[in-house]
Design a protein around this ligand. Structure first.
Ligand code: ATP
Length: 235
């Protein structure tokens, strides 16, 4: 048994569009430990989303190998990848994609109805500090609160990993910090391994590790001795 959640060896993704080849990822080697919080930083087009999508079973690499614990994702067909994703992966995106005609509670319940051993929607919502607003509709919630509903929806099925692509991208600093707090709270309480893509360099201080991307490669990484408290965050 390995204690890594993900192990990537020489992951490469090349897109062909017409005559052009785009090297989105080139020979990425990576280990992510159980319960780790990892921030992915790098310029636009450096390959962060491509890597997250492959880890989440949304896309296939062109070559290389990727393991989720002992399961080799790069050997799975689309049906098996869908089952991996349903069971183990929660996604949080920049835009919350909540159903406007359903309350916060009902938005989370949509997922708990199809999961194996989900938490109750009110439990998931209280983990992100929204128990008092659970009967509100998305339009009655701030952007940050809607993002916290999206986080509750993503974690209600108790996924092993939470993959977040620019979760604070659409938020001002105060609500963005509250969203980061919610992600870290889930990590502390459920042990969910959490990867966060961001363009906001301030967020790197709350991670265990920061990966810097350049031109489809991890050009450097840094381990934080200690995660900064979210109270120290500002941008
Ligand atoms: N479906 C696709 N077809 C062709 N090229 C693509 C496709 N998806 C991504 N790319 C290209 O692959 C490269 C890496 O893109 P990716 O979205 O992974 O970067 P990123 O670091 O997440 O960027 P951003 O911070 O802007 O989201 C870019 O050059 C992008 O244009």
């Amino acid at each position: 048994m390995t204690s890594s959640v993900f192990t990537a060896n020489a992951l490469t993704k090349t897109y062909i569009s017409g005559e052009m080849q785009v090297h989105a990822l080139t020979n990425v080697d990576l280990e992510i430990a159980e319960k780790e919080v990892v921030v992915l930083l790098g310029p636009s087009g450096s390959g962060k989303t491509t890597l997250l999508n492959i880890m989440g079973g949304l896309d296939h690499p062109t070559s290389g190998r990727l393991f989720f614990r002992d399961l080799e994702l790069t050997r799975l067909d689309d049906r098996e990848l869908t089952s991996y994703r349903r069971q183990h992966v929660g996604f949080v995106f920049q835009f919350y994609n909540l159903v406007p005609s359903l309350t916060a509670y009902e938005n989370v319940a949509l997922v708990t109805e199809i999961a194996d051993r989900p938490m109750r929607p009110d439990e998931a919502l209280s983990l992100v500090g929204l128990e008092a607003r659970m009967h509100n509709f998305p339009a009655q919630l701030s952007g940050g609160e809607q993002q916290r509903v999206a986080i509750a929806r993503a974690i209600a099925k108790r996924p092993a990993v939470l993959l977040c692509d620019e979760p604070t991208g659409a938020l001002d600093s105060k609500t963005g910090i509250r969203v980061i707090e919610a992600l870290l709270g889930v990590n502390r309480q459920l042990g969910t391994t959490t990867l966060i893509i961001t363009h906001n360099a301030s967020i790197q201080t709350v991670a265990d590790r920061v990966l810097f991307f350049t031109d489809g490669r991890i050009s450097s990484e840094r381990r934080n001795e200690k995660r900064a408290a979210t109270a120290e965050l500002a941008w």
